[in-house]
Design a protein around this ligand. Structure first.
Ligand code: F3S
Length: 388
């Protein structure tokens, strides 16, 4: 791997122990994946932020580091709303540890936006190289925006934030961004709700593994794409996909795609995932809600009082910008929380069956919250929350 003089100096410890240690991580990853050089990044997004997932060892490692991020960098969701954690019934001992993790990241110059939707913070554009680690955000950045990132682990994303570079391999190279599978959706979507695309992604991810699928037969908008990609990254390892006529790089690659393995998923298969089952809580916002999704939820909740716990998750920045909408939603008794989500917070572990409008949450809630999960459209979720 070719390193510049400046990169060699960091690796030799001339800029301190922490930068040396983090450069070693980047060079190690680069060598494993055959990178020929490093590439400067526009931003980083760092996972490993919830105390629920990193535990005491992770906190200790973070506390031992002494350097600052040199590019805009944000965190993945943590285990609780940083301000309203008591209201979420978070154990004070957990909260104390979580606040220590957040403080450790803040000391390293990571911005305290704890979100899986950093693309709403205007920190990326088409063609930017990034080092992001949350799988749904990686998928959105690559596929919907046309930026370039591999799915980083927490330590390598943090290393990239502090060094300002990442090894150039995988999805940083255009030749690896071509479709390797064609998925035709037969019968088209009967629903424009993002949950329908989440269910499609739930099925498609299991078929794709780590391939780069090109979809035809659907015309999703941005919220639908967000849900599709998040689910494929959860049930499979899809970090980049294209949708014919929709996503920015789909037009670069020829269509129809002769020679590609072709799979057909019917709308009936997608719809068979939607079942009517009794739940004891409802959670929306996986990935974190966009302003449009908050508008939809507020409209559906107008005049309603929730009878079951209804959690809605969004980035703090969006919640603060959309304060009136949040007030309208919370008038119903629902909670709109920032910084966290139904999967990384222990708050939802007390329920037995949770309804979600996300294919990713459908995949993760059973293992991470030890609760059953059911998928419904946003309308069905609101109906379930407002029915005793
Ligand atoms: Fe985001 Fe949590 Fe879902 S991190 S993508 S809301 S599992």
């Amino acid at each position: 791997m070719h390193l510049t003089g400046e990169e060699e100096a960091i690796l030799n410890g001339e800029e301190g122990e922490t930068r040396q240690q983090l450069m070693e991580i980047l060079v190690g990853v680069g060598k494993v994946f055959g990178a020929e050089e490093m590439v400067p990044i526009r931003s980083a997004q760092v996972s490993g932020a919830s105390y629920k997932t990193i535990g005491e060892w992770g906190l200790k490692w973070l506390s031992s580091l002494d350097a600052r991020a040199v590019v805009p960098a944000v965190l993945n969701p943590v285990g609780m709303d940083r301000i309203r954690w008591e209201e979420m019934n978070i154990d004070p001992a957990f909260a104390q540890k979580q606040l220590e993790v957040i403080a450790a990241y803040e000391r390293l110059g990571i911005r305290l936006e704890c979100t899986c939707t950093p693309y709403y913070l205007n920190i990326i554009e088409y063609g930017d190289h990034l080092a992001w680690s949350e799988s749904s955000a990686v998928s959105y950045a690559n596929s919907v925006i046309g930026a370039r990132t591999n799915r980083e682990g927490g330590p390598s994303a943090l290393a990239a934030a502090i060094i300002g570079k990442t090894p150039k391999y995988g999805f940083h190279l255009i030749e690896n961004r071509k479709p390797t599978m064609h998925i035709h959706v037969e019968g088209g979507p009967h629903e424009s709700d993002p949950a329908w695309y989440g269910a499609l992604g739930f099925l498609a991810g299991k078929i794709c593994g780590d391939k780069v699928p090109l979809f035809s037969g659907i015309r999703p908008g941005r919220d639908q794409l967000k849900n599709l990609g998040a689910a494929m990254a959860a049930t499979g390892a899809v970090a980049l996909y294209h949708v014919h006529g929709i996503t920015p790089e789909a037009r670069i690659f020829s269509y129809p795609t002769e020679g590609l393995e072709e799979v057909i998923i019917s709308s009936e298969e997608v719809e068979s995932l939607f079942t009517e089952e009794c739940v004891d809580a409802v959670a929306l916002g996986c990935p974190h809600c966009s302003p449009d999704e908050l508008v939809h939820v507020a409209d559906l909740l107008d005049g309603c009082i929730v009878k079951k716990p209804l959690y809605i998750f969004a980035a703090r920045d969006i919640i603060e910008r959309e304060a009136d909408l949040v007030r309208r939603i919370e008038k119903s008794g629902a909670w709109v929380y920032a910084d966290t989500c139904m999967v990384v917070s222990p708050a939802l572990e007390r329920y037995e069956r949770i309804m979600v409008n996300s294919g990713k949450a459908l995949a993760y809630v059973p293992s991470m919250c030890r609760a059953g999960a059911v998928i419904g459209t946003t309308r069905e979720c609101i109906k379930a929350a407002c029915t005793s």
